[in-house]
Design a protein around this ligand. Structure first.
Ligand SMILES: [Mg+2]
Length: 299
């Protein structure tokens, strides 16, 4: 690692001290908690493994809560959360907070900084973003470099989901001309280009969200909902948008593979933060390494 790279969470007394107070872990899924292909029952290379499953069980036994926070939609995340024995999740890159996985689940939708009355009655933020043609505007400005991320763009309520190879600042500048304030969020690298023709950078997942909606803001809302404070929270992830979760938690961990992302490296350089650490392991291996450090710190 180069100078200025975050310290290893498991080796740093300051990280372990902070983790001793943490009660909730906000965890990204893709690139973080799951192996390539999406399984929790595999190691970082995709070979069958219990490395994450064992730590999920150990955290649950210790009474420690993990909350998936992901770009995935609400229906997808409900199934995933229930399957792992957890009880809350944050979907659509911070746009939807849910407590409970049953019929009595409580759901809160965040409109970010859109003023009340921005949406006509019955219109979802997702529909509003489509109404101002955000995707078409980006496709026109960056031909071959941005597309719908099929089939995961279906059944969405808050955010538009795209796949592309964009400079996020340039993409944001194009979106700033729309009649509705929206943010372009980089949610990490993907493995497949789909029908994109760009090859000068790896493909990324992007969300277009109401201005202000973010994983970081969702964590602040969720902590307030729980009556907890920042000192009680940690987060783990692999993307530029995950890194910003550092602003609302005590401990932010980046898994080893996060450092392959230009957006993450830029973010680390642009905004120095003293509560960001890393794991040596990648993906599931990094997640398990973090969980072990947390459990150790709580003893
Ligand atoms: Mg990710």
């Amino acid at each position: 690692m180069t100078n200025g790279a975050p310290r290893l969470v498991r080796d740093d007394p300051a990280a372990l001290e902070a983790l001793s107070q943490v009660r909730v872990l906000y965890t990204d899924l893709d690139g973080t908690l799951v192996a390539p292909g999406g399984s929790v029952l595999a190691d970082a290379g995709g070979a069958p493994s219990l490395i994450v499953a064992e730590q999920i069980v150990a955290l649950s036994r210790a009474g420690l809560e993990a909350v998936p926070i992901s770009g995935r939609g609400r229906v997808q995340l409900r199934e995933f959360t229930q399957l792992l024995g957890w009880n809350a999740y944050i979907a659509e890159a911070g746009g939807i907070l849910v407590h409970g996985t049953g019929l009595d689940a409580e759901i809160r939708v965040d409109h970010g900084e859109w003023p009340d009355g921005t949406l006509p009655a019955g219109e979802t933020p997702f529909a509003a973003i489509n109404r101002v043609r955000a995707a078409e505007t980006l496709m026109q400005a960056f031909p071959g470099r941005i597309e719908h991320y099929a089939p995961w763009q279906m059944d969405r309520e808050v955010s538009l989901l795209l796949r592309g190879c964009l400079d996020t600042a340039k993409g944001q500048a194009v979106l700033d001309a729309l009649p509705l304030p929206v943010d372009l969020v980089d949610n990490g690298m993907l493995r497949s280009y789909g029908t994109l023709t760009c090859r000068d950078m790896p493909p990324h997942a992007y969300h277009v969200v109401p201005h202000g909606v973010s994983k970081s803001r969702a964590i602040a809302l969720d902590l307030a909902w729980r009556g907890l404070t920042r000192a009680n929270a940690a987060a783990i992830g692999d993307s530029a948008t995950d890194l910003e979760m550092a602003d609302t938690v005590a401990v932010m961990a980046l898994v080893g593979n996060a450092f392959a992302s230009a957006g993450v490296l830029d973010g680390l350089e642009r905004t120095p933060r003293d509560n960001v650490w890393r794991t040596e392991g990648e993906r599931t291996g990094g997640w398990a390494e973090f969980a072990r450090a947390w459990l150790e710190a709580r003893r």
